[in-house]
Design a protein around this ligand. Structure first.
Ligand code: CA2
Length: 191
């Protein structure tokens, strides 16, 4: 059932503050956690904090629900599995949030996968990779991401969700307004 009010184009089911209707055109975002992030909260707490991966995923899911965004959350220690999940996101997802963990600094395969699917991608790091060892300061992913959030702990994922949501919403709006102009031009040119 279409829950949009036809006149106001607002969802009558009242999910504030993000006016994206859950039942029509919901944004879909895949969230990927790289190797060893399954250990979150168990070791190296001074660097990565005390929150477990499950708790982090719950916080992301809660915010996504409030924003009426569909999220799919996955963690893998395998580079090839991460590449496959990025490739598969081409059908069914609008954007990607990824913490590639150690693969950030080594993986041309992950960078190429992100570039090839062409989905807006936000790179997230719990720690500030730019004030750590030199080898962590280079990211193969940064050059194909729309942005990078580093050093804000779990909050970084929530900011990434808001940022990606706003980016995707703006590009949808742009596409909607650009389309009629193009067809008008075409129609004029053919006369
Ligand atoms: O700061 C980040 O989010 C990192 O992506 C985390 C990676 C690291 O290799 C990157 O340089 C920066 C490491 C993730 C390992 O996570 C652990 C969590 C708890 C205990 C052990 C590892």
């Amino acid at each position: 059932m279409d829950c949009y009010n036809a006149t106001l184009l607002a969802c009558t089911r009242n999910h504030p503050p993000y006016p994206v209707c859950e039942h029509n055109n919901m944004l879909r975002i895949r969230v990927l956690h790289g190797p060893n992030l399954n250990l979150l909260g168990t070791r190296e707490q001074s660097i990565y904090g005390t929150l477990s991966l499950d708790a982090l995923d719950s916080a992301i899911t809660k915010l996504a629900k409030e924003m009426a965004v569909k999220v799919d959350l996955r963690q893998s220690n395998s580079e090839s599995e991460l590449v496959t999940w990025i490739q598969e996101a081409r059908t069914g997802y609008d954007g990607i949030i990824i913490n590639p963990a150690a693969y950030t600094h080594t993986s041309v395969a992950i960078r190429d996968a992100i570039a090839s699917v062409g989905l807006p991608t936000v790179e997230v790091h719990l720690s500030n990779i730019h004030r750590r060892e030199e080898f962590r300061q280079r990211s193969y992913v940064a050059g194909v991401a729309i942005g990078q959030i580093s050093g804000l702990g779990p909050t970084g994922y929530l900011l990434a969700l808001r940022g990606l949501h706003d980016h995707l919403t703006a590009s949808r709006r742009q596409k909607k307004t650009a389309a009629p102009a193009t067809s008008r031009r075409t129609a004029k040119g053919t006369r």
